[in-house]
Design a protein around this ligand. Structure first.
Ligand code: NAP
Ligand code: MG
Length: 491
């Protein structure tokens, strides 16, 4: 039985107005997961109108009452955890274990954000005028457009939708076309949690039509985007030129640094998890290991040993530790980079597509390790977004830092060392929004800000308290309670 998806506009589940639909396929088996509507500009317009109509009542709802909806959503997501994780594995490919982890992270985000409803504080600030009370309040932005990628199709929508709603905005949600089922389950959770009609609308359809219609709509006040640099920078330009507030989280090329005094075993485990977990399709994936030459050999041997233990296959099957990549396009990209890597450096492990037996119908690639990679090589500079690791040897901590920073991206980084001075210098100088000391490049807790520098991110950080900074704006209030005519300093 297929699990079909519908759009959700103004509190009603509906098909695309043009009646068009497309297939949601399982990347491990090629099987049909279900159909989803291919909405167009009209569907986007209807969703925007519904969000616009729902705005006055929702923004007037007390924030703690809005918070209760998010709190109930957290409980419902917990109850539906297994079904949601399963849907995620079926349509995206990551293992059930990884999917359960992602859903738990989304629950954490919902719990944290529900609490923020009671902390939407402004400030009281002394005025220079007598008998004047000056303060600030946070106010919602209006209708917010949320555009998300396929690689974390539960977590990323959760960490955008929840703070948007808690802050009193209404939402038009355009998820990635590759992961419509998880989007539907999430929206159903918010609906069942009591999000009023029109406050959260779901429109599936291509980014170029539905997404672009949201970007161009004058009624949409702000855009929160996560995805590729190509799409994100165009969306940023198109949104900003229309005066919208825009937040974009985009690509990464994260490095794990191992210095000569660092724990080789721990660094190897973190590298293997970071490079091959979720088939390398994490924005915080470890795609470069930058290693001091003194420990290069034992490090390479340890990572290779861990790669060998990885069981590639259908993520629903017990014992499988790495699923497929998400689709044929992604597979092609990964295999192209493997060919580029073979020309530039030395392939030490993997590098093949797996296409026989149980792998015949899916998009499976071996975990792949390149050594002898130079900092300027394409495989060391460009985002591959697959299970491909580039190992770069360096001769000093200074060179390790320079290599880490020598890419256009700046999401996450990690350093393995026992030397406090070197770790602290790395923290000071590294050009990434997140830095880990003696822990893997990936991960991110709900209550801490998340996001990148340089080409990775523009706009404010997501998650943590900072999420609210994006979804609200300040109003500054002066209350004069002198009650009589007086001299004031007006500049
Ligand atoms: P993508 O191709 O950029 O798509 C992202 C979203 O944008 C999808 O919903 C897509 O819709 C939509 N879109 C496409 N064209 C659009 C347009 N012209 N106007 C408006 N929306 C449009 O990215 P992806 O392939 O799904 O995701 C992988 C990328 O996401 C990687 O680069 C990864 O690093 C990045 N990522 C970054 C972070 C972070 O926090 N920094 C987190 C996760 C992922 P369709 O699906 O219909 O094309
Ligand atoms: Mg894409």
């Amino acid at each position: 039985m297929t699990q079909d998806v519908r759009n959700y506009v103004n509190g009603e589940w509906c098909d695309a107005s043009g009646g068009e639909r497309a297939k949601n396929l399982n990347p491990a088996t090629g099987e049909l997961v279900g159909w989803y509507p291919k909405g167009g500009v009209e569907d986007a317009r209807a969703a925007i109108a519904a969000a616009r109509a729902a705005l006055p009542a929702w923004r007037a709802t007390p924030a703690p009452v809005r918070g209760r909806v998010i709190e109930r959503a957290a409980r419902l997501m917990e109850e539906r955890k297994e079904a949601l994780a399963r849907a995620l594995t079926l349509e995206e490919g990551k293992t059930l274990h990884e999917s359960a982890g992602e859903v738990q992270k989304a629950i954490n985000v919902l719990e944290f954000t529900a609490g923020e409803a009671r902390r939407l504080n402004g400030e009281t600030i002394p005025s220079e005028m007598p008998r004047t009370f000056a303060y600030t309040v946070r106010q919602p932005l209006g209708v917010v457009g949320i555009v998300t990628p396929w690689n974390f199709p539960v977590c990323i929508p959760a960490w955008k939708i929840a703070p948007a709603l808690v802050s009193g905005n209404t939402v038009v949600f355009k998820p990635a076309s590759l992961t419509p089922l998880t989007a539907q389950i999430i929206v159903q959770i918010f609906a069942d949690a009591g999000a009023p009609r029109g406050t959260l609308n779901l429109v599936l359809g291509s980014g170029a039509t539905v997404g672009q219609a949201v970007v161009e709509a004058t009624e949409v006040a702000a855009l929160s985007f996560t995805g590729s640099n190509d799409v994100g920078t165009a969306l940023y330009r198109d949104g900003a030129s229309r005066g919208k507030k825009v937040q974009c989280e985009m690509g990464g090329k994260n490095a794990l640094v191992l210095l000569r005094d660092g724990d080789v075993e721990l660094a190897a485990v973190a590298t293997a998890q970071g490079a091959f977990g979720s088939s390398g399709q994490r924005c915080t994936a470890t795609s470069r290991a930058v290693v001091e030459r003194q420990v290069l050999e034992p490090f390479l041997a340890a990572v290779e040993g861990l790669a060998k233990k990885i069981v590639v296959g259908d993520g629903t099957r017990a014992g499988v530790t790495m699923g497929p990549v998400v689709d044929e396009g992604q597979l092609r990209t990964v295999m192209e980079y493997v060919e580029i890597g073979k020309r530039e450096a030395k392939l030490v492990y993997g590098g093949r597509r797996l296409g026989d037996g149980e792998h015949a119908k899916g998009f499976f690639v071996e975990p792949t390790i390149f050594a002898g990679v130079k900092a300027e090589h394409r495989i060391a500079q460009e985002e591959v977004f697959g299970p491909v690791l580039s190992v770069i040897a360096v001769d000093s901590p200074e060179e390790a830092l320079a290599v880490t920073n020598g890419v256009r991206y700046g999401l996450s980084s990690s350093i393995y060392t026992r030397d406090l001075v070197l770790a602290q210098r790395f923290i000071d100088e590294v050009e990434t929004g997140i830095v880990h000391i003696n822990s893997p490049t990936m991960g991110g807790e709900a209550q801490l800000p998340f996001g990148g520098m340089k080409a990775t991110g523009v706009g404010q950080r997501e998650m943590g308290k900072t999420a609210i900074d994006f979804y609200t704006e300040w109003k500054t209030v002066y209350v004069d309670y002198t009650g009589t005519k007086r001299e004031t300093n007006i500049y």
